[in-house]
Design a protein around this ligand. Structure first.
Ligand code: GYE
Length: 354
């Protein structure tokens, strides 16, 4: 009985295979019977269709970048451009020269060009409501890269996701390192340590969070912020601010906390020009971890960096591909980051990618 049923199913399967083959075979003679011209037209259609599909499917991304204010930013732009190129996206890139109005113009032009996705690295946190509503009305998914946005109603529904970095954590990590290494830094016997803070761009997520993180972590400690001024995340302004502090407060400055490496590198030049030894007479810590900072640490001129990774291009591409495939993406993703003190710099530098 068992054997019989097995044989039967085999027969059924065979019959099905044969009849399918017969169907396939039957189609051919019908095709060859068509007039030659009609055949030609048919052959051309799929090829053209294919070309159109390919062009139609190329994902177009408009990226409103902040500018080229720092080594970090240059690395970030490179990472995003390379990742988009590798993914076969068409990237429309705009450099806003650190001006929100330029970013708003760029976004409006992306809407007019009907791009598929808009990526925005917002220079400051506020003032985006109107333009982001325009993006939403145009039904273009918006992805925040790098910095954060604060809407006036406090909601986060004007962007799909943020591919960013954890600025608050970076500030906490750096302040914690300073606190736990006060002996190494020569602060152990000091009753109070005078901190001078070089802030990033006023109103930017990176500056707001790094400032708050430091203040929160150093609260009730002997690390007192004496002066705090913006250097706009640039080397030139960092140097300028440091020069003015050295004019008025030389001999009083124990530690400089810079919200990015470029401002720290500018401060290093100012300290050297004033005849002091950066990293020794005045201790310096900063955020980012660019190559220039590692070199300064190896030279003994910078004491510690908290890393902020600019290599977010691949994550942005992955996010866009997921969205294009209709997949859910998390509302926020942070890059992986660490802390690098000067005595680890030489060992780590060869493996740094930016
Ligand atoms: O730290 C700084 C850059 O937003 C995280 O911007 C970024 C910051 C980075 O200019 O170097």
């Amino acid at each position: 009985m068992k054997m019989f049923s097995k044989l039967t199913s085999l027969a059924v399967a065979l019959t099905m295979t044969l009849s399918l083959a017969a169907c396939g075979g039957a189609a051919k003679p019908a095709e060859t019977a068509k007039p030659a011209e009609e055949k030609k037209a048919e052959a051309a259609a799929p090829a053209e269709q294919k070309k159109e599909d390919k062009a139609g499917k190329k994902i177009v991304v408009g990226f409103a970048q902040i500018g080229a204010e720092s080594e970090w930013r240059t690395a970030n732009t490179k990472s995003i451009k390379e990742a988009c190129e590798k993914a076969g996206f068409e990237l429309k890139f705009s450099d806003a020269q650190q001006k929100q109005e330029n970013q708003i113009k760029a976004i409006r032009s992306f809407i007019a060009q009907k791009v598929d996705y808009i990526a925005l690295a917002p220079v400051v946190e506020t003032g985006w409501d109107t333009v982001l509503k325009e993006v939403a009305d145009a039904k273009i998914p918006l992805i925040l890269v790098d910095r954060s946005v604060k809407t006036s109603d406090g909601k986060d529904d004007l962007w799909v996701t943020r591919v960013g970095e954890n600025f608050y954590q970076e500030g906490v990590d750096l302040a914690t390192w300073v606190k736990t290494n006060e002996e190494k830094l020569g602060f152990k016997d000091k009753a109070a340590v005078n901190v001078y803070q070089l802030e990033g761009t006023v109103g930017s997520g990176a500056a707001v969070d790094r400032g708050k993180a430091w203040a929160d972590t150093m609260k009730d400690s002997k690390f007192k912020t004496v002066k705090s001024q913006t250097g706009d995340f640039t080397r030139a302004k960092g140097q300028e601010v440091m020069e003015s502090w050295l004019k008025s407060d030389k001999g009083k400055i124990d530690l400089v906390y810079a919200h990015n490496d470029d401002m720290a590198l500018g401060a290093i030049s100012a300290i050297e020009a004033a005849g002091l030894k950066p990293g020794v007479d005045i201790k310096i810590v900063s955020v980012d971890g660019v190559k220039g900072a590692f070199e300064a640490m190896i030279a003994g001129k910078l004491n510690c960096v908290a890393e902020c990774s600019p290599l977010t291009g691949p994550k942005l591409v992955e996010t866009i591909n997921d969205l294009a495939a209709g997949k859910q993406v998390p509302k926020l993703t942070y890059a992986k980051e660490g802390v690098f003190p000067a005595d680890k710099a030489a060992e780590v530098l060869p493996s740094r990618q930016y």
